[in-house]
Ligand binder design. Structure first.
Ligand SMILES: *Cc1c(COP(=O)(O)O)cnc(C)c1O
Length: 395
């Protein structure tokens, strides 16, 4: 499906760390953080061991506690909602925009209005299983938009809601390094933003994540929380607060830094592959190529996701997509449904009582979206083959 783009320089960077015998909390981490902060254009970047860890620490920094409410999208990778659950808070899903598949700002505004007012208006936004339980403290604290597939959410509209209701904005930019929104880089659009470096991401560190923020107090808190709650001035084994081991090791930091030096090249290669796909698939009946909003001044291509039109007269919309997926598989081409809506994941259904029908736009996307093989190292003839087989499968 995807393949990391690694060079001899990347390999040498990791080997050099091993030679130094300095494997954690060393100079590579500092260098990676400084280069990353400069690349995004923020005051602070704090390295952690995954994007999920970064989201968790951002939720803590925003003061989100048990039974607090956080507005977020159900059309995402599960970590963007799980991080709210880690603090026993409640993700409030609102449906997505049918074109961008990012959180719909109009519904964010409505949900924030109703939830701040409380009472019956608020109820319909709460998960079914806890809608009628009396919970004394339920405060709306934050909005957590996701820059899905590498396209920034609509932050001007989202921030207006945040300002009106005094909410934090935590940006899940794990899929959007290098993207820009109205000329502003992803990562600068919320109070804190999180990036991730799993091997399928635009740049990889093996595993790893980076939290960025302009806030000095949050940056200091992130550094403490990732290292078992130690403050910089704490004596050895003195722990000021409850913390975690979310540290990013030196080998990973060195690989991340080495990759970051090539970020322009890596993004351009992915953009070129996306262009090949678009050239071959735009206008093909039964297929919708990715929509890039005018506000997205630069798309950072994370995946190439097409939508397969539901078959005529078909009651289950996913059937058309699944048939295409099988046909591709039969010819040796991997593809995946992407995303599976979070509210329909077994654990969320069970805990929150969600059923099909609650978020129709998200569910339609979940039924029709298909991620095709995609990476910066794909060649034009490989894209050709995928598209030829795909066109075949549709007829
Ligand atoms: C990759 C990703 C994350 C974080 O992933 P990790 O595997 O924990 O690094 C979070 N949110 C989204 C939307 C992602 O795609």
């Amino acid at each position: 499906m995807s393949s990391p783009d690694l060079t001899a320089a990347d390999v040498a960077a990791v080997n050099d760390v091993l030679e130094t015998r300095y494997l954690s909390l060393g100079p590579q981490l500092v260098a990676f953080e400084e280069a990353f902060a400069a690349a995004v254009g923020v005051r602070h970047a704090v390295g952690v061991n995954s994007g999920t860890s970064g989201l968790h620490l951002s939720v803590i920094a925003a003061g989100i506690e048990e039974n607090d409410l956080v507005i977020t999208t159900p059309f995402s990778f599960i970590a963007s909602a799980n991080c709210v659950l880690f603090e026993r808070a409640i993700p409030i899903f609102v449906d997505v925009d049918p074109q961008t598949l990012n959180i719909d700002p109009a519904q964010v505004a409505q949900a924030a209005d109703h939830l701040s007012r409380g009472g019956d208006a608020a109820k319909r936004w709460l998960p079914p299983a806890i809608r009628n339980s009396q919970c004394a403290s339920r405060h709306l604290k934050a909005i957590l938009p996701v820059d899905a597939f590498g396209q920034p959410a609509d932050y001007d509209a989202i921030r207006a809601v945040a300002v009106e209701h005094d909410l934090w904005v935590i940006e899940d930019s794990c899929e959007a390094i290098g993207a820009t929104y109205k000329g502003r880089p992803a990562g600068t659009l919320g109070d804190a933003a999180v990036f991730a470096f799993y091997p399928n991401k635009q740049i990889t560190a093996g595993e790893g994540g980076m939290i960025v923020t302009d806030r000095d107090d949050w940056a200091a808190l992130f550094r403490s929380l990732r290292n078992q709650g130690r403050d910089v001035f704490d004596a050895w084994l003195n722990h000021t607060r409850l913390g975690y081991n979310y540290r990013l090791d030196e080998m990973s930091a060195a690989l991340g830094l080495s990759q970051l030096k090539r970020i322009e090249e890596l993004l351009e290669k992915r953009e070129r592959v996306a262009g090949w796909y678009k050239q071959r698939l735009a206008g093909v009946e039964g297929i919708q190529v990715p929509y890039v909003a005018p506000s997205t001044t630069r798309m950072s291509w994370f995946v190439y996701v097409v939508r397969i039109a539901p078959a005529m007269g078909c009651i289950a919309p996913a059937m058309g997509r699944d048939r295409v997926m099988q046909a591709l598989k039969a010819r040796g081409i991997p593809s995946r449904p992407y995303f599976t809506p979070i509210h329909l994941q077994p654990f969320y259904r069970e805990r929150f009582g969600y059923q099909r029908g609650r978020f129709p736009v998200t569910e339609m996307a979940g039924d029709t979206c298909l991620a095709l093989p995609f990476s910066g190292v794909m060649e034009e003839r490989q894209v050709d083959r995928v598209c030829a087989v795909l066109r075949d499968a549709l007829t």
